[in-house]
Design a protein around this ligand. Sequence first.
Ligand SMILES: Cc1cc2nc3c(=O)[nH]c(=O)nc-3n(C[C@H](O)[C@H](O)[C@H](O)COP(=O)(O)OP(=O)(O)OC[C@H]3O[C@@H](n4cnc5c(N)ncnc54)[C@H](O)[C@@H]3O)c2cc1C
Length: 359
Amino acid sequence: MKIAIVGAGLSGLSCAFELKKYGLTPTIFEKSTILGDSLDYVVSNFRIMTKFYTSPRSYFKKTYGLDIIPLGMLKKITMFGPSSKTVVRGKLGYIFKKGLEPYSLENQIAKQVNLPINFDTYVRIDDIREDFDYIVWAAGNNKLSKELGLWTSTFNTYIRISTLTGDFKTNTSTAWFNTEYARNGYAYLTPYSKKNATLTLIVNNITLEELDFYWKEFLGKEQIRYKILETRDVEYMTGLTFPMRLNNIYFVGNSGGLTESCLGCGTINAIESGIIAARCIAKKLDYDELMKKNVNIIKATHEFRKVLNTFDNNDFDKFVTFLGAPGVKQFIYNNPFFKTKDIAQFLKYYNKFTKNNNR
Ligand SMILES: Cc1cc2nc3c(=O)[nH]c(=O)nc-3n(C[C@H](O)[C@H](O)[C@H](O)COP(=O)(O)OP(=O)(O)OC[C@H]3O[C@@H](n4cnc5c(N)ncnc54)[C@H](O)[C@@H]3O)c2cc1C
């Protein structure tokens, strides 16, 4: 069986990891010259957004034999509305490192794959279509899915992501909501050591040229004075690819629309979709069917996104205050069984009733 994997990111590498178990050796193409992200940053995984009830490490180890070690647990999140503040504590999630270090998520998985990667090789679908029995499209973007008419957009943003130096408390994160600099998106700061942190601003429905204005507004309004080491601007779109398998092409990770539109989390789904695509190829299973649970969680979080898209600053203040109310804290953060998908049906009716569906 000849299998190509396009992209040596989280989903592509995870796919290779699983294929190897079945004695299948894929050809892996990567446009970049190195493995891992050249920008230092962290990604968070929130407990209430996942489908499992353990840590991602034990979930992946137990279910798939893949070992991914987080930097640490997320134990405290401070949320600011324009004139409100809420602090929540608990086992809120896990923080992983992206970057070039051996403990970055990509490098951890690559080590367990241990296969050659064709670096510096940008692949177009037509270059390889005839040469492989199966193609796993793990390019981290929606370009091919859009070209093939499989893509539906949900939330279009520009993101400025920066690395900072300063004095930070690890295992924490800070989030800001304010339409004046984030519109219906948000900003967050997550330390990855006592001296370094990632600061990110996500703004929806703007152009790249406008991002600088919103960034300056954000830094000024929130009086952020840390030293910025590096920044990068990224266009980031969330949406759905359907079907996720088209003939012999399997769309995984971001290419499969597997990043949720509420907070932009996609790492867990990227890893799992790569593994499931590999199983489907090896055992001739139905990929769209096996990914249904993950896709339904994404659809559920999109119901939240539709509500957030209608918010003004007054609403964001009410929202932040609501998230800190004692009963809500007990129900959401101190309840290991609470998942966002559980209240999606209610939001779906709300969005229908208030005609939020086209936002
Ligand atoms: C700023 C930022 C912050 C984020 N924060 C979080 C977070 O806190 N929590 C979370 O869960 N998720 C977060 N995410 C999302 C998460 O990083 C992605 O969902 C995940 O990395 C997607 O994995 P992937 O395999 O689809 O794509 P990637 O990991 O991006 O890998 C795609 C790979 O394909 C290569 N490639 C692309 N095109 C080609 C081509 N034509 N030929 C060959 N190679 C190609 C690329 O170079 C890249 O190496 C964040 C993303 C960004 C950008």
